[in-house]
Design a protein around this ligand. Structure first.
Ligand SMILES: [Zn+2]
Ligand SMILES: [Zn+2]
Length: 141
């Protein structure tokens, strides 16, 4: 959820200037459920700042990504999906409706590769994507 003090602290730590636009974009991101695509964020931001351009919203999303305030969900059907949960976790991906659900990392067994990585490789983290059908899509089938 959105916390102004936390947002300001994270911007300061990342060396980002605090602007009203930036704060609104971040707030919309944090309040968006799941793993939104940038277009959805733009539509929501525009309701609060009608004069804002799509370019400005996307540029700020890029800035948040570069600064580590956001992550990008990787390899997701070629579309960009944003990750607002920067804690380590894994994903359940529905191949029917493209919904992405978070899975806590402690619900997944330690991966063997992390304990015994290939020679010379230092593993700092990992992400697992489980593919399948969400309850809604299973019902529709
Ligand atoms: Zn689904
Ligand atoms: Zn996630």
């Amino acid at each position: 959820m959105f916390d102004v003090t936390e947002f300001q602290a994270r911007c300061r730590a990342a060396g980002l200037a605090l602007t009203h636009q930036r704060q609104v974009i971040y707030q919309v991101l944090m309040q968006a459920r799941g793993h939104p695509c940038p277009e959805v964020i733009y539509e929501k931001v525009r309701k609060r700042i009608p004069s804002i351009s799509a370019g400005t919203v996307y540029k700020n999303i890029k800035t948040f990504l570069n600064a580590g305030l956001l992550c990008e969900v990787t390899l997701h059907h070629g579309t960009m999906r944003l990750e607002t949960n920067v804690q380590p976790h894994h994903h359940l991906v529905c191949t029917g409706c493209r919904a992405i659900f978070d899975v806590d990392s402690n619900e997944v067994d330690e991966v063997q590769l992390r304990r015994k990585p290939p020679k010379g490789f230092l593993v700092n983290g990992y992400k697992i994507e489980f593919y399948g059908l969400c309850p809604g899509c299973r019902k529709r089938q």
